[in-house]
Design a protein around this ligand. Structure first.
Ligand SMILES: [Zn+2]
Length: 214
């Protein structure tokens, strides 16, 4: 799975032009088009009724022949809600709101929101470690609060600080939560959190967030 930009045409051009690198560790091959992944419904800020169909592109590495789904930065792996909606919930939680109140505000089921908050609590340490690698690459002087104090607040602070740092470095602005989705490879709320495979130079391509993305 590879997290890419939300502009379909830009992603397609990059894929056809062999500009997308294989995410398999140590491969270095180029990805080519390989059909489409299963269609899924994604809910945006409009609440439960505002679902839209998304059919992610599938690709195959020309060297190792592994297939990889290209997931837009607006969504997370195996989550039906856009990452900006999930991010809004995490922000509200960091501000002291409970899951029921957040669910009402976002138009989601309380159990859905509770699931997000539980998971981020479980993987916060890993998320902070992954984002910390990127923060170091960007020279961000930011020490997040210890995750044991308030894991959700620590993640929210880190994501905000990174978005500001990236915007300062590259100009313009970006959605903090889409940035988090890219940096976590879509696994912000994955069962074990994001992969800790990022070494120096292994930072995902954040330029996607500037590729025609409002
Ligand atoms: Zn490969």
């Amino acid at each position: 799975m590879v997290t890419v930009g939300v502009d379909r045409a830009v992603v397609e051009t990059a894929l056809l032009g062999g500009e997308l690198g294989c995410p398999a560790l140590g491969c270095g091959g180029r990805l080519a088009p390989w059909g489409w992944a299963r269609r899924r419904m994604v809910r945006g800020e409009g609440g439960e009724g505002g679902a839209a169909g998304l059919r992610p592109r599938r690709s195959r590495c020309m060297d190792c022949l592994q297939t990889h789904v290209l997931l837009p930065a607006s969504v997370l792996l195996r989550r039906a809600d856009e990452v900006t909606v999930i991010g809004a919930a995490l922000l509200a939680k960091a501000c002291g709101c409970g899951h029921r109140k957040i669910a009402t505000r976002l138009g989601r089921a309380a159990s859905t929101v509770r699931g997000w908050l539980r998971r981020i609590g479980q993987v916060a340490e890993r998320v902070l470690a992954v984002l910390g690698v990127v923060a170091a690459e960007f020279g961000t002087e930011f020490v997040p609060p210890a995750p044991t104090a308030d894991p959700v607040a620590a993640v929210v602070e880190m994501v905000g600080a990174l978005a500001r740092a990236v915007a300062r470095r590259l100009g313009g602005s970006c959605s903090p939560w889409r940035l988090a989705a890219v940096l976590c490879g879509g696994r912000l709320l994955g069962p074990g959190g994001p992969d800790l495979l990022l070494g120096p130079g292994g930072v995902p391509n954040t330029s996607w967030l500037w590729a025609g993305d409002p």
